[in-house]
Design a binder for this molecule. Structure first.
Ligand SMILES: NC(=O)CC[C@H](N)C(=O)O
Length: 227
């Protein structure tokens, strides 16, 4: 499986994402600059964290207008897996691939520390290797991670099981403890915690690895036929 790690001016988790895929997962991966207008050679798209365009206006607001995001939308519409982590999640919200918006953390502080997450839905292409309700440790690092949506959207998210990760203890004021959601189709996931920083026990946790393994397993099941 071949992944693209999209890089914007100000991305700072692109190298961690690349390392997670290449060295820990053992899959193909390439960096793709934000000006790129063709993602047809990739099977999965990864939007890493960081401070694209210095978080000017709102986190992810400017990156949402980049050339490559038009292609990311096309890839999502074609059913390819698209994962946005932290700033990547914020960009997915800005382009409307995921519903809702991100507000500043309730305490108005940037927070960087490990948190416990609950796998609230393990029947997705991103979480099938986890157990339902499994508690995993994955670090957060954000100033704008306070997820918000209107009541109607929240009911839709709940009804379709789109809430995939919740915080065990809410660090940022996020609505109903939401840490990660998918689109209705289930092929686009946005999450604030960083699974690519939790791929080796030496880093404090390897709990993020199963997320990437789930993506690959799901892709192989639908794309690779064995004799
Ligand atoms: N690590 C990140 O992706 C940070 C995201 C964003 N710049 C924020 O502080 O909310």
């Amino acid at each position: 499986m071949k992944f693209a790690v999209i890089v914007f001016p100000g991305s700072n988790c692109d190298v961690d994402m690349y390392h997670a895929i290449k060295d820990e997962l053992g899959e193909e991966v390439e960096y793709v600059w934000h000006d790129e207008t063709d993602l047809s050679g990739f099977d999965g798209i990864l939007l890493p964290g960081g401070f694209s365009y210095g978080d000017y206006l709102r986190s992810g607001a400017i990156a949402g207008f980049s050339n490559v995001m038009k292609e990311v939308v096309k890839a999502a519409e074609a059913g390819k897996p698209v994962l946005g982590v932290c700033n990547g999640f914020q960009i997915l919200l800005e382009v409307g691939l995921l519903p809702g918006a991100m507000k500043r953390n309730e305490n108005l502080k940037f927070m960087c520390r490990p948190v416990n997450l609950k796998v609230a839905n393990n029947e997705t292409a991103f979480t099938s290797a986890y157990k339902q309700d499994e508690i995993i440790s994955v670090p957060i690092a954000h100033g704008e991670g306070n997820y918000y949506c209107d009541e109607e959207t929240l009911q839709t998210l709940k009804a379709n099981n789109q809430i995939v990760f919740t915080y065990e203890t809410n660090p940022n004021g996020s609505l109903v403890d939401i840490a990660g959601i998918t689109n209705e189709r289930g092929n686009v996931l946005g999450m604030m915690p960083h699974p690519e920083r939790a791929v080796d026990e030496l880093l404090g946790s390897a709990d993020g690895l199963k997320l990437f393994q789930s993506i690959v397993k799901n892709w192989r099941e639908s794309h690779v036929t064995t004799a």
